[in-house]
Design a protein around this ligand. Structure first.
Ligand SMILES: Cc1cc2nc3c(=O)[nH]c(=O)nc-3n(C[C@H](O)[C@H](O)[C@H](O)COP(=O)(O)OP(=O)(O)OC[C@H]3O[C@@H](n4cnc5c(N)ncnc54)[C@H](O)[C@@H]3O)c2cc1C
Length: 565
């Protein structure tokens, strides 16, 4: 007979270690489905430091699916603040090159008429992670089944095959809490206790050395109200300093006076022991003149990782986000990949816990997300090579013909580089799960996977092609929150077999009919099955064996599913 837990044991369905973007997004995915979860985070609150600066378009589409993309887009820079990425020798000296991207206000308007690679429901948004985390936390806590506890550390856990027991310790000295959960997710960041205790090693590479974005970096979160008046150039969002003395980049946090500044450290420097005076000196080097600053925080971090955990799951325990993959932040992919892990795992955990899918569905998390992490870390590495291996010669700053020639060389390089790193529809929309056991592939020839171009395809395994409808709404806004069967074209394909098979399998499937011939053409099939994470699981003709398709996409081997105990 199973032993009854003592009342002191806190029961939940999913224990999430880590309340960063990954853990909080997972809590949102579970909470909206009524799944009980407890998020614990060792820190007192969400992040104080700005960290990630860029929310990619696919992440914004997921925020839209959850109903709060508009709220995120209102965070960070003022709506009319430029989002340019600009390269300088030093901020107060020569500008080398610049790429202009839409402001938050423009993004909302422009997206409605963009086609091809940028045919999407949302454009990217420049906002510090610290603001996104606050919004994710607020929304997670709005779900009755979610509890979020900051100041609470996961100390130990054990998976006995039937459940996971864990000890979490509050920072305020209160007694440790025993927790029993059906599943544990380690969204506990780069130094993940969960990954280490599971004995999961990193794969990939680390310690890559480059002049910039490879080696130790010194970060300063600062206030510099005089910065814009010291800048003899147009305002930007990202300011990159390229000179022989020291490379650096800086993102505007609030569009007014707060900045996240990061400088490369030379191997002979001991930045771990740097004082505020050192911080002011290093910042002044990048600006080219001294301006007053208020330091809000400072510290070092390491660039040069392209690491992916060798396993994403052991039994009832998963790792996700930085616990599962570690990026060099070029391209802004770490937090975005972390959010997509949560999106992928969330509906699968909910389906299994609520008895709509067998536990085998959870195996597809690693099968889908590990290759994606390998792909994305490789892209970030390529961007880091492009920006970081450029050699800034002393002549770059000389007032001479040679200096001019050097600046022209740098301008050409960074013009090209900026377009490689900051216009990445292919990276954000083009991730695919072709080898997944729960995707019914159709063998179509796929467009190439490339960073700067994206060719929509409804071939199962990828993001559904997007379209704006005649009433101005996004096709995605019509997708059901769980399974959607798109029935396309004026001839209204028969969906009865899918509807009855879904009923038998207790799958929450909604048929969405769209008569426009253009959508039928875009999807190249009359029927397309869209997963809860907005991935095409199957497409085809009405005559297909609906039951076997639906069983495959939830990893079922029997025509009925059973709630796991
Ligand atoms: C300078 C810089 C710039 C970046 N820019 C970008 C960018 O533009 N775009 C982008 O996508 N990414 C960027 N990143 C990466 C991004 O910040 C991370 O990928 C992201 O924070 C990962 O989210 P996460 O939730 O997986 O982990 P984290 O944000 O690290 O959260 C993990 C949480 O777990 C908690 N925790 C740890 N151990 C325990 C424990 N035992 N018990 C309880 N809680 C625990 C921690 O307190 C932490 O809050 C950048 C990173 C850096 C350093």
């Amino acid at each position: 007979m199973p032993t009854q837990p003592s009342p002191a044991v806190r029961e939940t369905d999913v224990l999430i270690a880590g309340g960063g973007p990954c853990g909080l997004m997972l809590a949102n995915e579970l909470g909206r489905r009524g799944v009980r979860c407890l998020v614990v985070d060792a820190k007192a609150d969400t992040a104080f430091n700005p960290q990630a600066n860029a929310t990619q378009a696919r992440t914004m589409e997921h925020f839209r699916r959850l109903g709060f993309a508009h709220e995120i887009r209102a965070l960070g820079l003022p709506a009319d603040h430029p989002t340019d990425i600009a390269y300088f020798t030093r901020y107060a000296q020569h500008e080398l090159s610049r790429i202009s991207l839409p402001t938050a206000a423009e993004a909302l308007v422009r997206i409605k008429s963009m086609t091809g690679s940028w045919s999407a429901a949302e454009l990217p948004h420049r906002v510090s992670q610290k603001f996104v985390e606050q919004a994710l936390r607020r929304h997670a806590q709005g779900w009755p089944s979610v509890e979020v506890r900051y100041g609470c550390t996961l100390e130990r856990f054990a998976d006995d095959g039937a459940s996971v027991s864990a000890t979490v310790r509050p920072a305020d000295g209160a007694a440790a809490q025993e927790v029993r959960a059906q599943f544990l997710v380690g969204a506990d960041g780069a130094r993940s206790l969960v990954r280490r205790r599971l004995g999961i090693e990193w794969g990939g590479v680390t310690g890559i050395q480059r002049e910039f974005m490879g080696g130790k970096m010194f970060a300063i979160y600062l206030r510099a109200p005089a910065f814009l008046s010291a800048l003899p150039h147009a305002k930007a969002w990202m300011y990159v300093a390229v000179n022989h003395q020291r490379r650096a980049f800086m993102a505007s946090v609030d569009g007014v006076s707060e900045y996240a500044f990061h400088a490369a450290i030379r191997p002979d420097e001991d930045a771990d022991n740097w004082t505020e005076e050192d911080a002011r000196r290093v910042f002044a080097e990048a600006v080219g003149v001294e301006i007053p600053i208020q330091i809000l925080s400072m510290g070092t971090w390491l660039a040069g990782h392209a690491l992916v955990a060798q396993k994403f799951q052991r039994g009832r325990v998963f790792v996700a986000g930085d616990a599962a993959h570690l990026f060099t932040p070029t391209g802004g992919l770490g937090y975005n990949t972390a959010v997509e892990d949560a999106v992928n795992l969330g509906w699968k955990l909910a389906s299994v816990i609520q008895g709509h899918a067998p536990a085998a569905l959870l195996d597809s998390y690693e099968a889908e997300r590990k290759p994606l992490a390998e792909r994305n870390t490789a892209y970030a590495r390529r961007f880091a090579d492009s920006v970081g291996l450029f050699s800034a010669k002393p002549e770059l700053e000389h007032a001479s013909a040679q200096g001019e020639a050097e600046r022209e060389r740098a301008a050409r390089h960074f013009n090209e580089h900026a377009r490689l790193e900051f216009n990445i529809p292919g990276v954000t929309f083009g991730g695919r799960y072709d080898a997944s056991p729960v995707i019914v592939g159709d063998g179509a020839t796929l467009p190439p996977d490339e960073p700067n171009a994206y060719t929509p395809t409804a071939s199962p395994g990828g993001r559904p092609p997007h379209a704006w409808l005649d009433d101005g709404s996004s096709l995605y806004d019509h997708f059901h929150s769980e399974w959607t069967l798109l029935a396309l074209g004026s001839e209204a394909p028969d969906t009865a077999a899918f509807e009855s098979a879904a009923k038998a399998l207790s799958m929450d499937l909604r048929v969405v009919r769209m008569a426009q011939p253009s959508l039928r053409e875009l999807y190249e099939a009359p029927l397309a099955l869209i997963r809860p994470d907005q991935i095409v699981a199957w497409r085809g003709e009405p005559a297909t064996d609906a039951q076997s398709v639906l069983m495959r996409v939830i990893a079922s081997v029997t025509p009925t599913t059973r709630k796991i105990q």
